[in-house]
Design a protein around this ligand. Structure first.
Ligand SMILES: *Cc1c(COP(=O)(O)O)cnc(C)c1O
Length: 391
């Protein structure tokens, strides 16, 4: 019998199942108990200890998907981000974070760290030397996010892991945008992998959850804080997330293909000023993305030519909805300036190249021809309104 490591879709479908010993059902039974009789004094099962049957099983799937020893599931992506960071940072410690970060992580650091005495620096860019330049004697953690939000810039995982080892730092990545289907940072030497499972792991816009994958020793350290902070995920949602992850490989590959298709269509379009997608050879980090990703992902951004009102364009879309979240099977768009990056301020947005007309596009699994039709009718609608108003 073949004994090798299981492939992606086999892990998605099978690893971390709860066996239905009683009825031999095909799917994991859902155990809703918040109280379990002691088997022996070492096993104290309790939802906030992250060790109910469904929680424990799903952690195995997360670990297998990220090529890690162990995993942990949280009540949200931010619970995973905050618990991981705080588990390795205390008063007097310093963390280096990349400047292009998910808005919630940016707010966590800016609004909370000072009162815990945690020092932090954001990089000026995403090159390895930008990270190295911010390291100090008390730096403990280096934190990256690639591809970045919303401009899909790529950080060099190999280089970051080397810097972390050289300076004895714990390296962490928010791997949400890539998903474990497209990127496994542990293979490049990154220590801790964090996901908002609300996004590609859930994939149907009906779950809020987070996940972490790393070594057994680091999971124990993160768990130690996690049980005190209390950010565990309810078993009902754990069960739904397990069900959702069975199709993650299929969904994300379809989204990769659609995003590539849409990026190429937009790239050649006379009404579009710029397209940001790591799968386009014109993307400045295309070669780097190719060297560390299995697929380029389902997220892209684009700018309409200045003659177009970006906000009117978004309102004219019919199939593609404007939405705060991302990564569902349905395509969505948002304006980073008005939503996800509104708190950042115009100056910082400008420095990072986030223009007011930028539109972030989370590409779903619909037929590309229908997405193109929707974009064309929206452009046409904006064009005709603008023509009318100038006469
Ligand atoms: C959504 C998101 C988060 C936060 O996840 P929540 O589940 O909303 O708490 C973190 N990082 C990235 C990249 C995200 O897209």
């Amino acid at each position: 019998m073949h004994q090798g490591k299981k492939g992606l879709n086999t892990i998605c479908t099978h690893v971390g199942e709860v066996e239905d010993k009683q009825f031999k059902g095909a799917i994991s039974p859902l155990y809703m108990s918040s109280s379990y009789a002691f088997e022996d004094v070492d096993v104290k099962r309790y939802p906030r200890y992250f060790n109910t049957p469904n929680q424990e099983a799903l952690c195995k799937k997360v670990a297998a998907l990220e090529h890690a020893e162990a995993g942990l599931i949280f009540g949200s992506g931010m619970a995973a981000v905050s618990t991981s960071l705080m588990a390795f940072l205390g008063a007097g410690d310093h963390v280096v974070l990349q400047n292009a970060l998910y808005g919630g992580t940016f707010n966590l650091v800016n609004e909370e760290f000072e009162k815990y005495g945690i020092e932090y620096s954001f990089t000026d860019g995403l090159r390895p030397e930008d990270f190295e330049a911010k390291i100090k004697a008390n730096t403990r953690v280096i934190y990256v996010e690639t591809p970045s939000n919303p401009l899909l810039k790529i950080t060099d995982l190999n280089a970051i892991a080397k810097i972390a080892k050289r300076h004895n730092l714990v390296s962490m990545i928010d791997n949400t945008f890539a998903s474990p289907v497209n990127q496994n940072p542990i293979d490049f030497g990154i220590d801790i992998i964090i996901h908002s499972a609300t996004k590609y792991m859930g994939g149907h816009s009906d779950i809020c959850a987070g996940a972490v994958a790393t070594t057994q020793a680091y999971i124990e350290r993160i768990f130690h804080l996690a049980k005190n902070l209390g950010g565990s995920l309810s078993d009902q949602t754990v069960w739904l997330l397990e069900r959702s992850m069975k199709t993650m490989g299929l969904r994300v590959k379809a989204q990769n293909e659609n995003a590539q298709h849409m990026a190429e269509y937009l790239h050649g379009h006379s009404d579009i000023a710029a397209v940001y997608y790591p799968g386009l050879p014109s993307h400045p980090d295309y070669e780097l993305a190719k060297s560390q990703m299995h697929g380029f992902g389902g997220m892209l951004s684009f700018e309409l030519k200045e003659t177009f009102d970006a906000s009117a364009f978004q309102k004219s879309l019919k199939l593609i909805k404007s939405s705060m979240s991302l990564a569902g099977v349905e395509s969505t768009v948002l304006s980073p300036t008005q939503t996800s990056h509104a708190l950042m301020g115009a100056e910082e947005r400008d420095r990072q190249g986030i223009k007011d007309g930028l539109i972030r596009f989370s590409v779903g699994i619909e037929e590309p021809k229908d997405l193109i039709f929707d974009i064309e009718q929206a452009l046409q609608s904006v064009r005709s309104k603008q023509t009318v108003s100038t006469h």
